[in-house]
Design a protein around this ligand. Structure first.
Ligand code: ADP
Ligand code: MG
Length: 344
């Protein structure tokens, strides 16, 4: 007999969030944008908005302490939140950190975690202003919230792209996912033969992208200086494909993405081949790149092209044309799919 309960593994992340939150209507005029963007937008003063975002990292879902050093974990927990503030074109200013810790952790271990948090606070110039600490029956969970500000006339939402605009991405993609695959592979080898040393050197770049992601704060300065304003922006946490579909859905535009334009470094491609994985699939669905994905009016091309860290990977089309990838080899047009959510 079919169960009357729906398994959450049968529901995508976004349908889950939608079904839980759809009955909530904003009651306060100070809530400018609620659920649905990288950060919530709250009224601040006549010229600025406040931005607020939260991300949670759970042991053995988001990190594995057999190969993720606690210091790196602390750093990453801050970075992933700051990334969402930057994705709104904002300036991160404060964070709160809440931890649920089981008795397997010592004071020294948690101090190491906080060393990483402190490093990120220094690097990204944010203040730790609070949080919560509680016992847990097992493992470690970290929830970080970040608060920032953005000038009202520079905010970049997911929902304001137009058809026939350029789609741009910072940096390179796919590496963080491959870093994770390498770490998992070496862990399995180590568990089977604990005398074998892990082979990590040749995959240093992808491992670093997984364990110690950095985000691009430079682009914001460049764009301010050259008076470039993205029409929409999002950070890549779940994979290029899924983030493009968010922009598509929120802005009601279609997407044309060119496989040959997706920036994937040679070292990332080599690692992918080593693992018998397709580098494009890793970039589309791997996630955790924490690069910025944005749309720009075509007139801005002349200005953005001098910035070396940005690649134009496609353009928006009308919503009725849908969201597609044009493959490099056969110039086939295949529908873009979101496959980012694999926690269950
Ligand atoms: P991101 O990948 O940028 O961190 P998410 O995909 O986690 O964004 O979340 C998408 C939107 O849904 C955000 O506005 C977030 O605040 C909201 N959201 C996520 N989970 C919940 C929840 N359990 N309850 C209410 N809102 C949520
Ligand atoms: Mg985001």
């Amino acid at each position: 007999m079919p169960s009357k309960f729906t398994k959450i593994s049968d529901v995508g992340e976004f349908s889950l969030i939608h079904s839980l939150s759809q009955k909530f209507k904003n009651k306060n005029p100070s809530t400018i944008v609620g659920i649905g963007d990288d950060a919530a937008v709250i009224a601040k003063d006549t010229t600025h908005y406040t931005l607020m975002t939260t991300d949670m990292l759970i042991e053995n879902i988001h990190f594995d302490l057999t190969y993720c050093p606690l210091k790196h974990l602390g750093y990453k927990a801050v970075v992933v939140n700051i990334s969402d503030i930057l994705a709104m074109n904002g300036t991160p200013e404060q964070i709160t950190v809440s931890i649920a810790v089981s008795s397997k952790f010592s004071l020294e271990a948690l101090q190491t975690l906080y060393e990483g948090i402190a490093l990120a606070c220094t690097h990204y110039q944010v203040d730790l202003i609070g949080g919560d600490t509680t016992a847990a029956t097992q493992g470690l969970s970290i929830a970080v919230s970040a608060i920032g500000t953005v000038k009202k006339n520079s905010i970049c939402k997911r929902s304001t792209a137009q058809p026939q605009e350029l789609i741009c991405v910072t940096g390179d993609l796919g590496a963080a996912y491959l870093g994770l695959q390498i770490l998992n592979r070496e862990k399995k080898v180590f568990l089977a033969h604990d005398t074998m040393q892990p082979v990590l050197e040749e995959h240093q770049y992808v491992i670093e992208r997984q364990l110690k992601p950095e985000i691009n704060t430079d682009l914001q300065k460049f764009m301010q200086k050259h008076q470039i304003l993205p029409s929409a922006m999002i950070d890549i946490s779940d994979g290029l494909s899924s983030e493009l579909l968010h922009i598509s859905q929120a802005s009601r535009v279609g997407i044309l993405l060119y496989e040959e334009k997706i920036p994937i470094l040679l070292t990332t491609k080599k690692t992918a081949l080593d693992l018998h994985l397709d580098p494009t699939i890793c970039a589309l669905h791997g996630g955790e790149d924490y690069e910025l994905l944005f749309t720009l009016p075509q007139e801005a091309y002349e200005k953005i092209k001098i910035y070396p860290g940005v690649t134009v990977i496609g353009h928006t089309v009308s919503q009725s044309e849908g969201c597609h990838l044009i493959t490099s080899a056969s110039h086939q047009k295949i529908p873009l799919k979101a496959q980012g959510w694999v926690h269950y």
